[in-house]
Design a protein around this ligand. Structure first.
Ligand SMILES: [Fe+2]
Length: 274
C-alpha cells in the first residue's frame, strides 16, 4: 500500500536522525518535534536514558506494565475523550510489528484519571478505544491526566493486534517530579511531549509482538467460515452479544466489527467464554 510504505519510510528516516542525534549527545532537532516520533528524554546532565524501543531489529517490544485496578471493558469507540476540564492533550503515533512495519486494525483501549486524579468507575469518562488506520497510526484527543496519591502522571492503554496477545502498559510524561519516586515508572515508556499553544502534543510508538518477516502487514478484510459456529467476520457485535465458535459459547465484552483474526478464542479483550 502506498500510504503505508510512505509512512514507514518517512518514519525510519526520522528515527535514524534521532538516533544519530542521541549518539552525539545533543537534543533532538526542534524541527523533528512536531511529528510522531519515538519517545525520548534526557537527564539533567544531558545523558540519554534508554529510548523507547527503536524499531530496528524487532527485539525491543514495548514493555508491559500492570493494569491497575481501574480498567473497565466495553469502553466507547472514540478517539476523542475530552470529557472534562484540563489541559488539552493529543497523543499520536504508530503501532509497529516485529519487522518495523506498521500494523493496521490494532485495538487501542485508553483509560486515565480526570484533572483531579479520579477515575470514573461508574461510567466511561476518560475511557475510549480506537483502531489503528491502514498506516498503523493512531491519535487520541484527551486532557493531561491529574495526579493521584502514590503515582506519577500516566495514561493506561491496552494494545492488541488481530489474533495476538494483549499488551497492557502505561505511558508517562517527561519532566514530572514524581517520575523519580514512582516505582512503576519506566523511562522507556516516556512519551515525547511538547507545548502547543496552551495544549500539549505527545507522541509514542508501540512495538508489539506481531510476526512480520518481512511480509505483508496483516490485513483482515476477508470473511471466513467459522468452524461450526455463529461467529462471522465483518459483523457488528454489541456488548453482550452471544455467539458460538468451535462449539463454545462466547459473550461479547466490547462492541466492535469483527474481522478475520479476531475469532473469539483469539481476543480475550473482546470475547469471554460464557
Ligand atoms: Fe492509573
Amino acid at each position: 500500500m502506498d500510504s503505508e510504505s510512505t509512512t514507514s519510510t518517512g518514519h525510519v528516516s526520522r528515527k535514524t536522525v534521532l538516533r544519530a542525534a542521541v549518539a552525539a549527545g545533543v537534543a533532538a532537532p526542534i524541527a523533528l518535534m512536531g511529528v510522531p516520533a519515538l519517545a525520548r528524554t534526557l537527564t539533567d546532565g544531558g545523558t540519554p536514558l534508554d529510548l523507547t524501543p527503536e524499531c530496528d531489529d524487532g527485539d525491543d517490544l514495548t514493555l508491559p506494565q500492570m493494569e491497575g485496578p481501574y480498567f473497565k471493558p466495553n469502553s466507547p469507540l472514540r478517539s476523542a475523550m475530552v470529557d472534562g476540564p484540563g489541559t488539552r492533550l493529543t497523543v499520536s503515533g504508530y503501532v509497529f510489528g516485529r519487522a518495523c512495519r506498521p500494523v493496521s486494525g490494532v485495538l487501542l483501549d485508553f483509560w486515565q484519571a480526570d484533572v483531579n486524579g479520579a477515575y470514573d468507575n461508574a461510567g466511561y469518562t476518560f475511557r475510549g478505544h480506537q483502531f489503528t488506520g491502514t498506516d498503523g497510526s493512531f491519535k487520541l484527543s484527551t486532557i493531561v491526566p491529574g495526579l493521584y496519591p502514590g503515582r506519577t502522571r500516566h495514561i493506561h492503554v491496552k494494545v492488541q493486534a488481530p489474533g495476538r496477545p494483549i499488551l497492557t502498559t502505561q505511558l508517562y510524561f517527561p519532566n514530572e517530579p514524581r517520575n523519580n519516586t514512582d516505582t512503576i515508572f519506566d523511562p522507556r515508556l516516556l512519551m515525547t511531549v511538547r507545548d502547543a499553544g496552551g495544549a500539549r502534543e505527545a507522541a509514542f510508538d508501540f512495538v508489539i509482538d506481531v510476526p512480520q518477516n518481512p511480509g505483508p502487514t496483516p490485513t483482515a478484510t476477508t470473511t471466513t467460515a467459522p468452524p461450526g459456529g455463529t461467529w462471522a467476520a465483518g459483523r457488528a457485535y454489541a456488548a453482550g452479544a452471544r455467539v458460538t465458535y468451535g462449539g463454545v459459547g462466547y459473550v461479547c465484552l466490547q462492541a466492535h466489527t469483527s474481522i478475520t483474526g479476531w475469532e473469539p478464542p483469539n481476543v480475550p479483550a473482546l470475547w469471554r467464554v460464557g
